[in-house]
Design a binder for this molecule. Structure first.
Ligand code: TRH
Length: 356
């Protein structure tokens, strides 16, 4: 059977999640035998994120990308395709599946909107129909990106060997904390709190790394905290960095999902909105993450998430810290519910097959 061709269009807003999610999707679809072309307006991050590329995936700069005639077009995060591309899609709309891959949220609107058609009534794409495709945390959504071999790879992972092989050996009794976030005022107090226990702090690449190194220079009594400034890692190595953690501070769209699949305690810093508009998204996620959690965990984990997202930052430091073992069990339970869902790539493939 001739393999389906997919065009994944990505517009890099800022940070790395747009291209990170699109790369992960393209790589996973190709690993399942699809032919994928990733079209992005800025491919530069792939130099370190995917230095060896992936079989079955080609990448093309946005400016050069005429419509390829691919049977499936995935427009990521409202990328807003070039008008010529939209017109070309409209001309062949009967043989096309056009999907709008949306941002990840646990909010109720996601289940209501997932899968809905969006006919283009005017403009260059008039006559074509896009379909909303929402990732999510329930069976009524498009699910989450999960590589087929992820759990086996995760189970076989030896973190101390991985850390030592990269020159970041973990000392006995040290916990490993990963810090990947957006610079923020709660950083300095958090570091002070982390320094109260023997900690190997892995600072992922990005602006928070420099801010953390600066803050650490001014931190008194940090004898028990060792910080390592990591280079930008390939996405495969980034995933293993999260797997090595006892606690992971993650951000944006892709890394929180990686922390869930890793089943490590994590705190998610949502992409900040100036007017605090990310609060409903935060609370909706906490409702899911902490569903069924023991009462002694709900308060402290919620306080960590809210403080790290700019809501009552002081709570992160004056409230009691979540019990690590209970926190890990809760994330494992949450992961277990999500593993019963079809992963996002499978759901996309089935959606496309249902329309062919
Ligand atoms: O970088 P992010 O903050 O991305 C954000 C979000 O996607 C957000 O929704 C979007 O609106 C904004 O970008 C524009 O965090 P996120 O989503 O975790 O994406 C980071 C990606 O970069 C992820 O795929 C992992 C990858 N990465 C590496 O592969 N190696 C690295 O060393 C680092 C630091 C990141």
């Amino acid at each position: 059977m001739r393999r389906v061709r997919w065009d994944v269009y990505c517009r890099v807003i800022d940070n790395f999640g747009d291209i990170g999610v699109c790369w992960r999707l393209a790589r996973e679809l190709a690993s399942r035998g699809e032919r994928v072309r990733l079209v992005a307006d800025d491919l530069s991050a792939l130099r370190w994120m995917a230095p060896r590329g992936a079989p079955g995936v080609t990448t093309t700069a946005w400016s050069d990308a005429a419509d390829s005639g691919a049977e499936v077009v995935v427009e990521a995060f409202g990328a807003d395709l070039p008008e010529a591309t939209q017109a070309a899609l409209a001309r062949r709309s009967l043989s096309l599946t056009w999907v709008n891959l949306e941002y990840l949220s646990a909010e109720p609107y996601v289940e209501r909107s997932h899968g809905l058609p969006s006919p283009r009534m005017h403009g260059p794409a008039a006559g074509a129909t896009k379909h909303f495709f929402y990732p999510g945390f329930t069976p009524a959504t498009g699910g989450l990106l999960r590589e087929r071999d992820l759990l086996a790879q995760r189970a076989a992972f030896d973190r101390d060997a991985w850390l030592a092989a990269r020159g970041w050996p973990r000392m006995r009794h040290e916990r490993v904390v990963v810090l990947f976030g957006y610079p923020q005022p709660a950083l300095r107090p958090l570091l002070g709190r982390l320094a109260t226990e023997p900690t190997l702090l892995l600072l992922a690449g990005g602006p928070m790394q420099a801010a953390a190194l600066e803050a650490l220079r001014g931190l008194p009594r940090r004898r028990s905290l060792r910080a390592v400034a990591l280079p930008f890692l390939s996405q495969t190595e980034f995933d293993r960095m999260i797997w090595s953690a006892d606690l992971a501070f993650v951000r944006g769209e892709d890394s929180p999902v990686r922390a869930i699949w890793a089943a490590v305690p994590f705190v998610w810093q949502l992409y900040p909105q100036s007017d605090g508009a990310h609060r409903p998204k935060l609370e909706a996620f906490l409702d899911r993450l902490l569903d069924g959690a023991p009462a002694h965990l709900v308060g402290p984990v919620g306080a960590c998430f809210r403080a790290w997202n700019g809501f009552r930052p002081e709570a992160l430091f004056d409230s009691q810290w979540p019990d690590p073992a209970a926190w890990r069990r809760q994330v494992e339970t949450f992961r277990g519910t999500l593993l019963t869902q079809l992963d996002l790539a499978t759901q996309l493939q089935r959606f496309v097959a249902s329309r062919r």
